[in-house]
Design a protein around this ligand. Sequence first.
Ligand SMILES: [Zn+2]
Length: 236
Amino acid sequence: MRPVERGDIPTDAKGQSKQYNQYNQAQPDLISRIGEYCSYCERPIKTNLAVEHIQSKNSQPQLELSWNNFLLACTNCNSTKSTKVRDDITQSYYYWPSLDNTFRVFVYKPSGMIEINSALKAFAYAKAQKTLKLTGLDRHPNTLNKPSPKDKRWLHRQEAWDLAYLAKTQLAQNNNPKMRNFIVMNAKIQGLWSIWMTVFHDDFDMLNRLIQAFPGTCCLCFDSNGQPVHGLRGEL
Ligand SMILES: [Zn+2]
């Protein structure tokens, strides 16, 4: 999961902090800050990309219009999460891409499967499990946790992996800055940033290009070689 920085509350033409009358009004500002991707599954979503409340607007109505409570979510992630969130759930129960270095939480596989990073300590591992359950990102036809026919998140991860792998093969044969730019442009269109980061894990230049190219990626979550470091809450 790509760690993101949405930044301070956007300002209006007069330099005043924006106050949204409806949460949907924040969507263009969020897209501008963190890109037109689902904050959880990382797919590019050109329509129906919803403003997502980290803490449910039903249980925490005072946060309904709060910029710091916003992310972006696709229909699959949004609907899975909304059926799971209970009133007593707080931010500290889960890992969030706006608070944690979520790139360290999960491991992406060529089949489109997502696993929890086995290097995590026990408490972090348990929290990662809850995060997977909350979003349903681990649903895959090869597991007991099967996706519904409308949930193609696993398939899109598999397709992105295939494309990223092909791009890496092409780069090995034609290694130059133009090819690198071209691959990053394709990655932005295809989305699934974590897949590209995983496939190009041993190419520090590509890692840095990917971190820079996707809007709002948390730069502080990575060192100069594109390797993940601890997140804002410092747990990971
Ligand atoms: Zn999603």
